[in-house]
Design a protein around this ligand. Sequence first.
Ligand SMILES: [Zn+2]
Ligand SMILES: [Zn+2]
Length: 247
Amino acid sequence: MNTVFELRMLTRTLARWLYPGWCAVCKRLLHLTEDHLCRACFIKLARIRLPICRGCGVEIPPHTEKISRCNACRGKAITFDEIFAVFRYDDNFKQVLHQIKYERKYWLLETFKKKIKRTFQNQWPELPSFIVPVPLDKFRMKERTFNQSLIIAETISKILDIPIKKDILLRREHRSPQSWLTRRERLANLENLFQVRKRMKLKNCWVLVVDDVVTTGATVQECSKMLKEAGASKVSVFALARTPSLS
Ligand SMILES: [Zn+2]
Ligand SMILES: [Zn+2]
């Protein structure tokens, strides 16, 4: 064991002794090698494995990699070029996201940095021009005081070293919350919900749209549609998690 490593462990031990850490999910006292989440809680988070469908982000069998879209997405009009997420949005992940969103434990995103980085490295040899977080409406923004998509975008921006343009997409005033509506009502509710700020030059740009969770995919579809209409040449979508199947 080298001296630098020993010193680092000693500092960490001292820091933990002074400021003990607890797992954000199960509240157990953290081991020295753990950060924010205990190992048991971390490994419970189900990671989405490649290859995935470019239309909805669902896992597809390895031998179908060249097909790039699942049966449900084939032939469907999809406004973005590709979508991918790191985790499945199951009960375990919901618990973690709840802590990030409602208990404002933004630092929990640090736990996912490595996984996010690996996801991007596996996807692209080149990088998007910039990141656009999905904007929250004013009502939610007031209620929550921060936009979780922007926080995730900031983490990705640091990892990839690409800029965020948070003012490109504008969201109109608050409408009925999506969760109250049927699928048809949800789609109608989203129509023209976003617009691209005038004079934004998107020609030949590759935009990465970032959201926290993708459920139906309708929100990111609508954002991508507006970005493409404003001239973006490519739109990729990234979400921290996605539901097992898009309904
Ligand atoms: Zn735990
Ligand atoms: Zn699909």
